[in-house]
Design a binder for this molecule. Structure first.
Ligand SMILES: *[C@@H]1O[C@H](CO)[C@@H](O)[C@H](O)[C@H]1NC(C)=O
Ligand SMILES: *[C@@H]1O[C@H](CO)[C@@H](O)[C@H](O)[C@H]1NC(C)=O
Length: 370
């Protein structure tokens, strides 16, 4: 019941945020071949998950968010965009619908109760979230240089950062519960505990600790949970930090387990309107990371543990299962085993690229961003 109020409220906000700068040049037409390339990648990715449905809520959240972006892009396409490309994109949205329609949401798997609440709250409001679009602009991030330290030092440093995934889930749950309750009371306002506020606002972050804060602050701003705090400024500050880190991951040649983070950084900060995250060079990387079978793989677990985002590994597998693990590992190394969060981040970031490359008045300038 609460959801209806929220939906109404946000659809009002959505209308104002969705005002889009209309391009006044035809420069974007040079980007059409790039979008063709992305559409092939997307089609193959979606084909894989249509055949092998995922149980990961993040995949469905990314799928619906991406659909919103793509539908908007298609509706706003310039007449000079080739009809076949438009049809390609429409076919992709239809495939997205088939996947979503074919999903029994009751079978999704959640890593904890807190996370289950958060995912369900987002999924229930997904039509609203996916209609919120911030205009993409460039020129506000500055020329950020990669970090001076190396990857090993980065991993050590990240371990000292907050929040852990568990703490981030708890804070998001608390934020969403308060936001939902607020909608049900005329005079209530969304409130957060001081721990949760501190988690979102304080200190510098790195790794998934930082992207989880970006997501949290975006929600806190949406539901007006921190009165008197300039959350847009905070998102801006965080995305500048993220930008340095995205460039660093590239400078370190994308160490194992970091591809998911790289694509998440692009997705979250480009979604906030920061066009610096749109670089044809990065697009080529994401496209090239696709497994031959269509999905995306990333050896994420060791990275998550080394950087302290999730707790230490559970005890070693029992002896009799070792052989089973070894066989599984060998099978996986042949092209890599699919990871639905990695695939979700690839889907989301590529769709933002489609929108950026076809739509903005700055579409041509992305080529020169270093
Ligand atoms: C889109 O899908 C339809 C129906 O499956 C198909 O006939 C058509 O060739 C597709 N268009 C493109 C451009 O792929
Ligand atoms: C969704 O799935 C149902 C049953 O499988 C089907 O009847 C319906 O036409 C589908 N709707 C869409 C929009 O694909």
């Amino acid at each position: 019941m609460y959801w209806k109020y929220i939906a109404l409220l946000i659809s009002l906000i959505g209308t104002t945020l969705a005002i889009y700068p209309y391009f006044d040049t035809q420069d974007f037409i040079y980007n059409v071949p790039k979008v063709y390339r992305i559409s092939l990648t997307l089609d193959k990715l979606l084909e894989y998950y249509e055949k092998k449905p995922s149980k990961d809520p993040e995949w469905y959240i990314a799928l619906r968010m991406a659909r919103g972006q793509l539908e908007y892009t298609i509706n706003e396409l310039d007449k000079s965009v080739p009809a076949k490309l438009k049809e390609n994109l429409q076919n992709i949205t239809r495939r997205m619908d088939r996947i979503y329609n074919g999903t029994n949401l009751a079978t999704l798997v959640y890593r904890s109760k807190d996370y289950e609440y958060v995912s369900k709250a987002i999924i229930e409001n997904i039509e609203v979230f996916s209609s919120l679009l911030d205009p993409l602009t460039i020129g506000t991030m500055g020329t950020q240089k990669p970090f001076r330290f190396n990857f090993e030092q980065y991993v050590q440093e990240t371990r000292t950062k907050m929040p852990t995934r568990k703490a981030a889930d708890a804070c998001m749950m608390q934020l969403l519960i308060s936001a939902m309750e607020t909608q049900n009371q005329a005079d209530g306002s969304c409130e957060m505990t001081s721990e949760c506020q501190a988690q979102l606002m304080q200190g510098s972050g790195l790794g998934f600790q930082q992207t989880s804060r970006v997501r949290g602050i975006v929600l806190a701003r949406l539901f007006d949970c921190m009165e008197g705090v300039d959350l847009s400024a905070q998102i801006y500050k965080l995305c500048i930090q993220v930008y340095k880190e995205t460039k660093s991951l590239e400078a370190w040649d994308h160490p194992a387990g970091t591809r998911t983070l790289f694509m998440q950084q692009i997705l979250y900060c480009a979604s906030q309107g920061y066009g610096e995250f749109i670089k044809p060079r990065w697009m080529n990387k994401i496209v090239s990371w696709q497994e031959p079978k269509g999905c995306y793989a990333d050896d994420r677990q060791p990275f998550l543990r080394l950087t302290g985002f999730v707790g230490p590994a559970s005890s070693a597998p029992p002896k009799d299962r070792e052989e089973h693990y070894r066989v599984k590992k060998a099978a996986a190394s042949e092209g890599g085993s699919c990871n639905s969060l990695t695939s979700a981040m690839a889907l989301g970031s590529l769709v933002i690229y489609v929108r950026a490359l076809l739509e903005t008045d700055q579409a041509f300038q992305y080529d020169v961003l270093v």
